[in-house]
Design a protein around this ligand. Structure first.
Ligand code: SIN
Length: 309
């Protein structure tokens, strides 16, 4: 199948690596089963799809996202509503939400399958979102490195991220304190570095920075250079695409097979987005179950490590 095989929607790739714009669709008016099936196929083929010029209520956005799977809340988000507002105002000169390469909520056991982000107000320039293709990152590895990568389990930690000492700086935590119960978000999960996406049966290099802190059964010292190496592979410019926002655009991304990066380059302008997440399966891959810890003369050093112990 290719992007020209669609009969009920238009599918227009935005880069060679990933991403497509979908045309001929009005979500608020309702989708035929054929249209939805083609949107679903376009999503798994292109990993990120944008549908512009939509006029969507919160309920309509949730209903559309729920056709891809059960909705889930961002880890630690208070209340029952799965909606999370990604906002930054014109007078805010600080950090934005998601202004670094990452996938959402990877510290969760069932990290989200995807997110649907709807543009309510966008700056006249800037504020684009970039994505990279983690299938390509896996494919780039040499056979020897693939064999190593397929053995590794990564510990993703919300403990550091939500402590103010990790990538989510204190200023952002303070601004989200009314929405978040950070204690509930301080969870860790172990996920294989190489993950299989069930809908395609293909492997991705799943080392989403920055929640990926270390490899199971390795010290921080051993883990850090390897993690940096895998992250560097994933972020290669040739593996990316970039979406320019317009008001009313809905963007849906596969949060398991991509990283994203919300650019913080629109100082002096408001940007207001509404996000809902779809629950993912428990990540699985070729990595064997974690080894039992072996006793070693360095056990005491490891035990004193604030992260590994
Ligand atoms: C996010 O990281 O989920 C936000 C993406 C964006 O604002 O473009």
């Amino acid at each position: 199948m290719s992007n020209s095989d669609y009969r009920h929607i238009g599918v227009h790739p935005v880069s060679a690596a990933l991403g497509a714009e979908i045309t001929g669709v009005n979500i608020a008016k309702g989708l035929s089963d054929e249209q939805f099936e083609e949107i679903r196929r376009a999503f798994f083929e292109n990993l990120v799809i944008m549908i512009r010029d939509q006029d969507l209520s919160e309920e309509q956005q949730c209903e559309f996202a729920a056709r891809f799977g059960k909705l889930t809340k961002s880890a630690g988000l208070k209340g029952d509503n799965p909606i999370f507002m990604v906002t930054k105002s014109a007078d805010d000169r600080g950090n934005n939400i998601g202004g670094h390469w990452h996938a959402d909520g990877t510290q969760m056991e069932h990290a989200p399958l995807g997110s649907a982000l709807y543009a309510m107000q966008v700056p006249p320039y800037g504020g684009d979102t970039m994505f990279c293709n983690l299938y390509m990152a896996y494919e780039l590895l040499s056979p020897g490195m693939k064999a190593i990568a397929e053995q590794l389990i990564v510990v993703h930690s919300g403990k550091l991220a939500y402590s103010g000492k990790g990538h989510v700086v204190q200023d952002l935590l303070d601004r989200r304190a009314d929405m978040y119960d950070f204690e509930a978000g301080r969870i860790d999960s172990e996920h294989p570095l190489v993950r299989i996406i069930p809908e395609t049966g293909r492997k991705v290099l799943y080392a989403p920075s920055p929640m990926a802190y270390y490899f199971k059964d390795m010290s921080m010292q051993d883990s850090e250079p390897l993690l940096r190496y895998f992250q560097h592979i994933a972020e290669r410019a040739e593996f990316t695409c970039r979406f320019r926002w317009t008001k009313g655009a809905l963007l849906l991304w596969d949060n398991r097979a991509t990283y994203h990066y919300a650019l913080n380059d629109y100082y002096g302008w408001d940007r207001i987005m509404r996000r809902v997440q779809i629950e993912g399966e428990r990540p699985f891959g070729p990595a064997k179950p974690a080894m039992e810890p072996v006793s070693s003369p360095f056990a005491a050093v490891r035990a004193a490590d604030p992260v590994v112990r």
